[in-house]
Ligand binder design. Sequence first.
Ligand code: SIN
Ligand code: CO
Length: 376
Amino acid sequence: MNLVDFDIDTFLRDSWQRKPMLIRNPWDAWSDPLEPEELAGLACEAEVESRLVIRSGGDWAVEHGPFSDNRFAKLGATPWTLLVQAVDHHVPQVAALLTPFRFIPNWRIDDVMVSYATEGGGVGPHYDQYDVFLIQGAGQRRWRVGQHCDANSPLLPHDDLRLLAEFDATGEWLLEPGDILYVPPGIAHDGVAVGDDCMTYSIGFRAPSRSELIADFADYLVAELEDDDRYTDPGLTAQANPGEILAEALARLHAMVTEKLADRQAFARWFGRYNSTPKYPEIDWAPEAPVSEQDVRDLLASGATLVRNPASRFSFVRQSDAVLLFVDGECVECHSETAAFAERLCAEDKPSAGGGDGALISQLINNGSLALDHGS
Ligand code: SIN
Ligand code: CO
């Protein structure tokens, strides 16, 4: 499925990170990639993260999965919604929904959450920290968007939901199958199912917080530092008040920290690995017995093709003499033909192996990031 009635440049210029945008069925041929029963099945599996939000009047109850087979049949007429995280990691047809959104860099893409709701169901008025494209699957949902929110926005008291106490609606639309609502971070939104069997696919993005960047990069740097790497002050002169921490001393102390934090090479290597680290490491594609370079060459020669694990995030950093490939928390330095192959791997879900390096391919297969498709 492709987005045909959608101008990427206009969207990026006017709406991305700025304001909500309704995109009426822009697909060449929209068809639902998932049935409600398949979603319910995933929510019963231990390695899948899921939530059930039940609304009775003004009260909201949240239950966390995995759920038992008969949980949904027992819910009756009360409005409810089931939300399942990272469905793209499990269902290739849902992973394919990301392809039209690749005009956003891979490293910014998080995952596809899928929800199912009965008449009146929803998660209540809230805001998210991330950009999202809300694609209407089966059924209909009424979406309202509202004010800019932040950490000071008043919330209703609730242990498990961050429900906004106030909502100043600025737009309201009824979404039909194939329609898309883009909502930037921090914008209040509220979607309520109109009729039963309402499915919503949320293409979610990630935006690291400054605190996680500093904390994790600092941990990475600290792991490499020696205890005898210390402050020194040869040429110390006597000072008038021994209690004063002089500006020169502070400047040298501060430089000990900032020189390390300013290391761009170290930052690139750390960030690529950090950002590609799997969120759900239980989804393991690694073969039971490792494959050798020779196995890979033989299988490719006999017609097998490469497929990326939909749960793996591929990205690269270009350097003057190399490409650093990042996948599943690993960094592989690639040169010449292998570098060109690494770039293809990041651009295509089913990359062609031509000229690809047997050593890199077998390493990625053994890590569970790639697999060989033998056709059927
Ligand atoms: C939903 O699918 O019901 C909620 C999606 C969202 O508001 O982020
Ligand atoms: Co939301």
